[in-house]
Design a protein around this ligand. Structure first.
Ligand SMILES: [Zn+2]
Length: 169
């Protein structure tokens, strides 16, 4: 191997496979779009994938771990360890721009880019959420919990469509 090669080809292959593992809640988003894959480490045949859960206790995370394992097994990798790291906590800032666009195209309002600090009380109060259909900011929260615990249900006052908002941590 050439010395000075900083990105091991093996872990690049793993990253490419992870681009193809999707969030069970939002099937258009891959786990790399979400930004939850923190590290990929390959030592001989041993692969360690480190992920940070989007939301503590989010049942989707178990499914995601299983899907990562399945994807790697499919491609002949056998010694797979999936580590879950809670700190630093995932924030919606880790989501890629492409991921936010995909969310919007799917009809879910992407996380607010101006929201740097994620606090449940902030989320409840004064957050301007944009309608993914007509881009109006004239929206109201209908329920803190949308189709899943990780989303909130909103309704647009202009186009009158309900939509999910991918809510902050
Ligand atoms: Zn609207």
């Amino acid at each position: 191997m050439v010395t000075g090669t900083t990105i091991p080809i093996q872990s690049q292959k793993i990253w490419a496979l992870l681009n193809d593992v999707y969030d069970p809640e939002v099937p258009v988003l891959s786990i790399t779009d979400l930004g939850i894959v923190r590290n990929v480490d390959v030592q001989n045949d041993n692969i360690t994938v480190t992920i940070t859960p989007t939301y503590t206790g989010c049942p989707a995370m178990d499914v995601i771990s299983m899907n990562i394992r399945m994807k790697l097994l499919e491609h002949g990798y056998k010694n797979i360890t999936i580590k879950s790291v809670l700190s630093p906590a995932w924030t919606t800032d880790w989501m890629t721009e492409a991921g936010k666009q995909k969310l919007k195209a799917y009809g879910i309002a992407p996380p607010n880019p101006g929201q740097q600090v994620c606090k449940p009380d902030l989320f409840q109060e004064d957050e301007a959420v944009q309608c993914p259909r007509c881009n109006s900011y004239s929206t109201v929260m209908v329920s803190r919990f949308g189709s899943t615990a990780c989303k909130a249900l909103y309704k647009c006052q202009d186009c009158h469509e309900p939509f999910d908002y991918f809510k902050c941590h």
